[in-house]
Ligand binder design. Sequence first.
Ligand code: C2O
Ligand code: CU
Length: 493
Amino acid sequence: MLLTRRKFAIGWGAFASSAVLDARFGFGDPASAGTLLQIPTLVDAAKQGNAVKLKVMPGRHAFIEGKPTQTYGYSAPILGPVIRMQRGDEVQVTVENALDTVTTVHWHGLLIPGYNDGGPQQLIQPGKNWRPILKINQPPATLWFHPHPHHDTARQIYMGLTGMIIVDDGSDDRLRLPRTYGVDDLPIILQDRSFEPDGSIGYDNNDLNALDIAYGARGDTIIVNGAIAPVAKIPSGLVRLRLLNAANAQNFDLRFRDRRTFHVIASDGGFLAEPVAVNELVISPAERFEILVDFADGKAVALETGPDKEMGEFGRVAPDGSADYVAVMQFEPTAGIANLKQVPKRLIDTSAVSVSSAVRRRQFVLDSGLCASRPQASAHGDMPALIGINGKPFDLRRIDVETKLGTTEIWEITSIGMAHPFHVHGALFRILSIEGAPPAAHLTGWKDTVLVEDKAEILVAFNQPATRQHPFMYHCHILEHEDAGLMGQYICS
Ligand code: C2O
Ligand code: CU
């Protein structure tokens, strides 16, 4: 409801009067009186016999003080735990669905067979449990989990269902990386929301309009780990941030207010070969980057985001258009424990990309134009479906692609309508070219999601099986696009 009215006015007068914003945080200013950054509970699977329980449940959470609203969470009122899993372990997860609606839990980035992947086929009915055994066998990385029920993914994530996974193999020690959870190793979950005057977030599948579907749901207020403009107290040294963009549609264009250099050490699939120095970083929906930031100078600094360039004028976040970059959160170094000061020179040996090994090449054209011929194809009330991938909106009964286990393929992704963050389940890929050029250094590692403005070529490695009954998905990670049909299915055997 709210989304429809306000969303497309992203940025402007519609919410300039919002109490949230002016009380906390002028758009040009860091939040100094803001709430502390909430650190999700760490569930260290190995320390509890590799048995992890997750309860998908409704909750209440006050984004705005004194104005609690209905939310969803995993064993929490909003968001969920950060689950640390050790490479080589088998983790028995018990998911209980305590919502009054059907859900699934998809382990985004985990390399596991299709039957445990939690895609739209793997529905957990209200009151029921799902007990996948996750065999962790991939390099250390920052992953996440979220619902994936067809036509309801966007709403359920918007309501709060997002958790993080850390795959660990002990290499942090060897690499001398910050690794004390909640102290110098912080999960940073970036999202955006719009609030009603009573503090509620609303998302009604039956009330989305064509623009909501065409551009995805975008809020006027950025939240980090569920809080507006929080402050993180961190040690005066090297700090590792595990950035996750869990927004429905918004790209964040991050930098520090003082433009300090920071180092990207990992992307979706794990470590880069070596740290990459940058002072600005675009992160699109579902992407993760781990960065090292040096706070040894002891100065407080805001992390800020610029307008979503993919949205032109509509991409601005400052309501009155007064600032191009707005503060997302504030970091305040405190004197404290002895910290790491040195960014490592090398991280891992990444294998060279072997294009000649690819067994075939496929084209995927993602088109978010409205599908005129199938106006009722979406379950979003009477919302039109999108044209889809290669001209076809998603169909649960159709397998689009068959791949061979142990092979690699070159996939050419073309975006029409706008830039689409393309994601493949059950596989990792390397970017061969993007917008006609080789990828920037921080995009040269293993990925599972890539923002494609125009065209990208990726080399996908298929090492997990998926049957017709439990195929893997590939899709645009703008959640309204995914729900409205920009998704396909592949099997692998
Ligand atoms: Cu985050 Cu189908 O995925
Ligand atoms: Cu899209």
